[in-house]
Unconditional design. Sequence first.
Length: 218
Amino acid sequence: MLEKLVSVHLFRLQEAFRMSRVRPVPAAGRRAPAVLVLPREGPLRDPHLMLFTGSWTFRAMPPGTLVTEGVHVVVHLDDGAGEGWNSAADVVVGAARRVHPFAAHRVTRILDRYPGCEVATGRRLRGCLAGLRDGRLVHITEAAGQAADGPAPGPAVYGSFLYGWLVAGLPLDCLTTASVVHGRYAGSPAGEPGSLEVAGRAQITLTAAASAYARRAR
């Protein structure tokens, strides 16, 4: 049960923040997957850092103002968890297809089938596609031409990121012009500020309502 629960913590950073490259050999201590948003335009002024701690306790939180935190349910359709779990999920990750990329009409079908789902997402080439309950589509593309130092987040992490961002009441439009960095946040056992071990970057774009794609696909 607990492996389906994701704990999200979103911080507004107003102090100096350390960033480094992912270490080739993992050091001692637990690290939390993280996404850092560095705004460039729009109403969002300060950097925001989101941590994903799952069902385990992460004590080394970054210095900054806690904007929101909470727990939500993430379900992978490939896991065969059953309709009970799927219907209760806040984020649903579509079943993988090796031949065809995750298409927009599949996003719509998930949202239609599970009315309690706020974000439906799936893997695409160099990123993922997500559909939101309000009808918008979110394309997340791993930045090309940059040497990634670690694996890119899967659609479940990106889905949780979008869900946490929406719950915080922050505008999605800010993400389309921001620099979005993903990696792992490592706290300092000595009580000093931790740092984000950067794995790569992603570009986020918003497109038309998913329902329009669904009508064309039928």
